[in-house]
Design a protein around this ligand. Structure first.
Ligand code: SF4
Length: 199
């Protein structure tokens, strides 16, 4: 994916040249796809490292998923849109070959789609993320789990049962449960000090 650094397929690199490809484990059974890099991601060159990404990390950890070991994390669009605006359909389509290449290389058993842009980009379903979240989808032989976007969770921080954060934890728990049922994806509990890191 280093080739993406020289990509000029859409106008985004002319506004900000950082290409943010991925973090995590390319051999993971779980792939998390978000929308686009924000300011912090652009600065560090890694996806999901700003406030919302850290919240998603904590939620993953709370259900026993290590974001750096059990997941490969990326975005639909690899360059930061100006002022964090939503990427346009042209930008999403321009960046799609890179995303497709990532999916083929990682070959994930489960793809978690964080937010409506990721759902629309992969499944072509526009809107309705609050109804779609938590509902398994099937796509080209893979299981997909739509999730609420962590930026939305930051704006809705209630810890109450049934609130967005609790719902997302439940959805991630469902993901972990599904991964555990597949031999090659078995997730070692976070508290196990003998946890083996994948190569
Ligand atoms: S957003 Fe994607 S298509 Fe556009 S320049 Fe960056 S890597 Fe290329």
């Amino acid at each position: 994916m280093d080739a993406a650094n020289g990509c000029g397929s859409c106008d985004l690199p002319f506004t900000k040249p950082q290409v943010v490809v991925s973090r995590g484990n390319p051999q993971a059974c779980l792939m998390m796809i978000g929308e686009a890099p924000g300011a912090r991601e652009d600065e560090l060159g890694k996806p999901f490292v700003g406030r919302s990404g850290k919240l998603m990390d904590r939620l993953m950890e709370s259900v026993g998923l290590d974001p750096d070991v059990d997941a490969y994390i990326c975005n639909v669009v690899k360059c930061r849109p100006p002022k964090n605006r939503r990427p346009t359909l042209v930008e999403i389509a321009s960046c799609r070959p890179w995303l497709q290449q990532q999916i083929e290389l990682v070959d994930p058993y489960v793809i978690a789609l964080a937010g409506s842009t990721a759902v629309e980009a992969i499944l072509g379903i526009k809107g309705g993320i609050t109804k779609l979240r938590g509902q398994w989808q099937h796509w080209h032989g893979r299981l997909l789990m739509p999730l609420l976007h962590p930026a939305y969770l930051l704006r809705n921080p209630s810890p109450a049962d049934g609130a967005p954060i609790a719902l997302t934890r439940s959805d991630l728990n469902e993901v972990r449960h599904r991964l555990k049922q597949v031999d090659r994806c078995a997730v070692v509990p976070m508290l196990d000090s003998s946890r083996r890191r994948l190569p």
